[in-house]
Ligand binder design. Sequence first.
Ligand SMILES: Cc1cc2nc3c(=O)[nH]c(=O)nc-3n(C[C@H](O)[C@H](O)[C@H](O)COP(=O)(O)OP(=O)(O)OC[C@H]3O[C@@H](n4cnc5c(N)ncnc54)[C@H](O)[C@@H]3O)c2cc1C
Length: 484
Amino acid sequence: MGARLGPGQVLLRALPPQRAQGPGGYPMSAGVIYWLRNDLRLHDNPALLLAARRASEQGGWLLPVCLHDPVQQLETRWGFARMGAHRRAFLDQALQDLGRQLAGLGSGLLQLHGSPAMVLPELARRLGARRLVCEAIAAPEELAEVQALRAAGLQVETVWQSSLIDPADLPFAPEAVPDTFTTFRQKLERAGVLEALPRPAPAALSPLPAAFPATAATLAGALRPLEGEASALGDWLASIAARPDMHSPAVDPRSSFPYAEARCHGGERAALAHLAQYCARGLPHSYKDTRNGLAGLDYSSKFSPWLATGALSPRQAMAAIRAFEAERGANDSSYWLWFELLWRDHFRWMSRKHGRRLYGARGLSERPLPAHNARGFERWTEGRTGDALVDAGMRELSATGYLSNRLRQNVASYLVHDLGGDWRAGAAWFESQLIDYDCCSNQGNWLYIAGRGTDPRGGRRFNTNKQAQDYDRDGAYRRLWGRP
Ligand SMILES: Cc1cc2nc3c(=O)[nH]c(=O)nc-3n(C[C@H](O)[C@H](O)[C@H](O)COP(=O)(O)OP(=O)(O)OC[C@H]3O[C@@H](n4cnc5c(N)ncnc54)[C@H](O)[C@@H]3O)c2cc1C
């Protein structure tokens, strides 16, 4: 199955004849599809718990599914694939881990190739299911995906679970969240609002559909589901099963997040092990002093790649930090982890509040449309701008899929304010490259730098020479990444 085939083509070619149907085109059967999105974990996953409950209430099966949408492989308008090789490789690690974990609970993970609107309703029909549960994501494309499933007749339940603070605990309506971060944080802290407590992982899951032509073990084989199955359902599933190009890039040993090493692998087990060792080594006590570092694993928490894929829940991370504080004392640094995780929350609420407007060229501002400096942008992506700090950062990003916050700020500012480039091209490049790509955090931070978001200060311009003096005085970082 070629990755470039559109989902429509895939289905039209591959579908076997329809089986007998019940009302609304769905045969009657007790079963629930759990569609995994950015929540690739068992711990603190209320959506999975709800799906499991629905399945057992009906005495039916539960099928965990994740999709590889070909849209991710298409070229953006800026001339590169939406999901680059590092992101794909890290995600694949996370899916393999989850597949094994689900198999351990007597279930499995089915990975399919296609868009949600094309694949999920058809899968439901063929399995005789109508119910689907997934996490809620407050971003335009993700909302449209759910709408399309409902329009296709599926009974979709979504569960909001990606923020530290539960929506019900906010001291204001989610639609009225203050636009400025400081006001948001202060109101929460004055009201004594705390993060929601993480929910335990399920101890067992309902079985896979009986009609399903594969064992849990073959399903857990991640990208090799259903080969050689003879039934029509098996043929159909095999024909749309994902087999993305699996060339994992070699990871540069200079990386601050060497995800080729087991300790930094994608997936829940590595995430939880990382969190445990981060606290056991006392690093929350020094976070605020080290967080502006540029190279190495320990200068910041490195939670973000696991948070972005959902392998780590922010509530679980915060629970570990609270336990650390209870045992070893709180200080400014451990507080600052909460502070930064609140930034992540704030960008989520902003996306939920302002919706599509945040994704337009002007953002929330009335300022003229941004220009696109095509040659400058190309030099920027390749680390050939002539600014040593920016170039070093851009090389690290494309060689490893990770970049420190300090350098993200500098390279973003340089594109927007020094090269006069379109912030959307920069955001799209980050989306393609970052293994911790998170739609709300990425969009929010780029808008913030470009002065087109909710921050009242009208943008941030970083003086990269001064930044190099302040944060890379001895030039070690620029030397480290001085060559590709
Ligand atoms: C232009 C730009 C684009 C960015 N794009 C992303 C993105 O796609 N995904 C992403 O997770 N972060 C993004 N960030 C935010 C930040 O750079 C990363 O979250 C951070 O570098 C991740 O490393 P860490 O986990 O070690 O962070 P730490 O410093 O240890 O922080 C702990 C956690 O707090 C949260 N956090 C910290 N800073 C921010 C911030 N500025 N905005 C939102 N959350 C924050 C993250 O969840 C992070 O994991 C972006 C920043 C900039 C300036």
